[in-house]
Ligand binder design. Sequence first.
Ligand SMILES: NC(=O)C1=CN([C@@H]2O[C@H](COP(=O)(O)OP(=O)(O)OC[C@H]3O[C@@H](n4cnc5c(N)ncnc54)[C@H](O)[C@@H]3O)[C@@H](O)[C@H]2O)[C@H](O)CC1
Ligand SMILES: [K+]
Length: 492
Amino acid sequence: MDLTRFETLYTAEQTRALDRCAIDTHKVPGITLMSRAARAAFDCLISTWPQPECVQVLCGTGNNGGDGFLVADMAHKRGIRTTVLQVGDAEKITGDALLARQQALANGVEILPFAEGAVLPIGVVVDALLGTGLGGDVRGEYATAIAEINAAGTAVLAMDIPSGLCADTGRVLGHAVRADLTVTFIGLKRGLFTLQAMDYTGELQFADLMVPAQIYRQVPADCHRLELEALLDDLVPRPATAHKGLYGTVLVVGGDYGMAGAAALAAEAALRCGAGLVRVATRPEHVAALVARTPEVMPRGVESGEELQPLLEAADVLVVGPGLGQSPWAQYLLQAAVASGKPMVLDADGLNLLAAQAVQPRPGMILTPHPGEAARLLGISTAAVQADRFAAARALQDKFGAVVVLKGNGSLVAGDDALLLSDYGNPGMASGGMGDVLSGVIGSLLAQGMAPLQSAALGVCLHGAAADIAAEEGQRGLAASDLAPVLRELLG
Ligand SMILES: NC(=O)C1=CN([C@@H]2O[C@H](COP(=O)(O)OP(=O)(O)OC[C@H]3O[C@@H](n4cnc5c(N)ncnc54)[C@H](O)[C@@H]3O)[C@@H](O)[C@H]2O)[C@H](O)CC1
Ligand SMILES: [K+]
C-alpha cells in the first residue's frame, strides 16, 4: 500500500530528531527556526484575530517559551499591547530560548513573573508554556497557569501543541490548555489527532518552517494520516461487463435473539458499499425480518456449524460478530467460520470469544475492536489501551498476526508495517450499531478484491466520513442506519 501519499505523523522524539537534523545536519540555526515558528504563529494570530485588544503570552522555560518570546516581540513591534507572563524559573532558560527572551526584552517587551490572577480576560492568550518537551503530568506553576488560561475565557493560540497534551498519545497529562487555534511546527504530532486532542487543539495549522525537505527522509517515522480521496483512487472502476460475481459474496454471521438488527446493519452496509452478493447466517426466527428490511440480502437460519458449512463454502468473505452473542450457538458458528479459512472481519462478540480463547487466531483475520474489546484481547485495562492507542494497536497486530482497527477518536489501523490514523468521525458515532456498519463496510471492500490493510483503511475513513456528513443534521440522534445512503454517495 503506497503510504507516501499520506502525511506522516511523528512522536515528540521524532519531532526533536527533525529539529536536530535541521540544525545539526543542515545548519539551520535553532534561533532561525524559532523565529520562523514565531512568525508563522503570529501571522495565524493576526489573520484569525485581526485587531486584538492585547496579546498575553505565557512562556515556559524551554524552547516552546522561546517561540513565545518572539511572538510577543512581533506583537509589540506591531503596536499591540503585549505582556509576557513568565512561568517557571527564568534562571533555567538557556540557549535559543534565552536569546529570544533577551531580544524581546531589548525591544521593550514587558516580561512579568506569572502570578495567580495575572491572566486578563481580554485579547488573545498565546500558550507557549510546554511543547514537545512535556514530561509527565503537568506540575506546579505550569498547572496553575493552564487553569488560569482556561478560566480566562479569552481566545487562545497554542504554540506547537496545547500545553499539557501529550504529543505521542493525545492524552491530557493532568491539565491541558483548551486552544481555539494550534499552530504546530516542522512535523505533525500523532497526539494532535487522537483520543482527547480534538477537544484541546481547536483549529490546527501546520508550518514546516521551511526546513530542508531531506530531513523528512532522514528521520524515520511509521505513522501516517489517512486521506479518503487518495484511498478512493484505489477503487477499480467497474467495466461494462460487470456482473455480481466480480464483486464477491459477503456472509454475515450473527444476529442472535434480540440482536438481529446488528446483522442487518452489517449486511446492508456490505450491500451499499458494493458487494456482489450478501448473505446472512442467523437465527431462523430472524430470516423474515431481515428480508423485509433489505430484500436484496439473503438470510438463512442456521442452528449449528454443520448447517453453516454450505454458506461458508459459497462465501468469499466472512463478517463474524454483529449481534453474535457468546452462547454455544455463537461459539459453534464462530468455530466453523474460523475453520473455513475464509478471509474474515471479526467484530463485537466474535472478538470477545477470541479473547476468551473459544477460537484461535489464524491468517486472514481483520479485527475491529473498540477500546474495551481491545483491552480484553490484550488482557489489560481499557484505560491502559487508551493511554497509548498506538502501542495498543501494534500490540494487537503482533499478538494476533492480523490487520487491526482500533476504533475510537482517531481510529488506528495497524497491519503489515503500517500504522495508519483516520481522523474522520465525530462524537455522534457513540451509538449502537456503528460498529456493525463498519464491519460490513470492511467486509464489502475485502470481498471486492481490496487487500486487507487497504479494506480496513478505506473502510474506517468511509465510515467516519459518512458519519461526518450525516452529522451535519446534528450529532445527537445520529443513528447507524443513517450511514448506508451516505456510504454509497461517497463511493460514487
Ligand atoms: N528545537 C528547535 O530548534 C525548535 C523547537 N521549537 C519549539 O521548542 C519546543 C520544544 O522545546 P523544549 O525546550 O524541548 O521543551 P518545552 O519548551 O516543550 O518544555 C520544556 C520545559 O518545560 C518543563 N517541563 C517539562 N515537563 C513538565 C511538566 N510535566 N510540568 C511542568 N514543567 C514541565 C521543563 O522543565 C522545561 O523547562 C517545541 O514544542 C517547539 O515549540 C521551535 O518551534 C522550532 C525549533
Ligand atoms: K504550547
